[in-house]
Write a protein that binds this ligand. Sequence first.
Ligand SMILES: Cc1cc2nc3c(=O)[nH]c(=O)nc-3n(C[C@H](O)[C@H](O)[C@H](O)COP(=O)(O)O)c2cc1C
Length: 170
Amino acid sequence: MRVLITVASRHGATQEIGEWAATTLRARGHDVDVRDPAEVEDVTGYDAVVVGSAVYVGHWLAPARDLLARHADDLRARPVWLFSSGLSTQPSAASNSPHELGRAIELVRARGHRSFRGRLDREVLSFAERATIAGARAREGDHRDVDAVRRWADEVADALDGVRTSLVAG
Ligand SMILES: Cc1cc2nc3c(=O)[nH]c(=O)nc-3n(C[C@H](O)[C@H](O)[C@H](O)COP(=O)(O)O)c2cc1C
């Protein structure tokens, strides 16, 4: 199946999570494009879409939120999965605005959302970002778990196998 993975990322950690997921989906036989959400003009060429974003100050990044709003009708017509990456020191439920996330899931009727632990490298942060996290108990380092991402992408692939079977049977 043709799958679009589109990820909003400021410093590359979430982008790479999307690429890990793409590798797993390709190994499961899917034709996967990884594209910047700001450049996605049309999703109708895809059988399924995965949308990811880094979480900053409790919110998804604007390019991912905009993509969901811009293509909501077309996204609702195909299977969609969402994922986020955020600081590992915060419980996943607290790292995203539950209200905002709930609205996003509803908007595109997403099949699910997964929070992954992210990466914090103070060296690459802007002055404003450093100031924002100065008071937070943010643990520096790469807390991403590639195996957790692969397991999740395998679950997505299992679900797509189900979609494919129902299309063939249908
Ligand atoms: C200024 C700033 C604010 C952040 N705010 C949050 C937050 O509210 N919740 C969270 O879980 N992670 C937060 N993080 C952590 C990032 O989401 C995490 O580092 C992520 O993996 C970065 O992804 P990126 O490299 O794709 O931009 C914040 C990081 C920075 C630098």
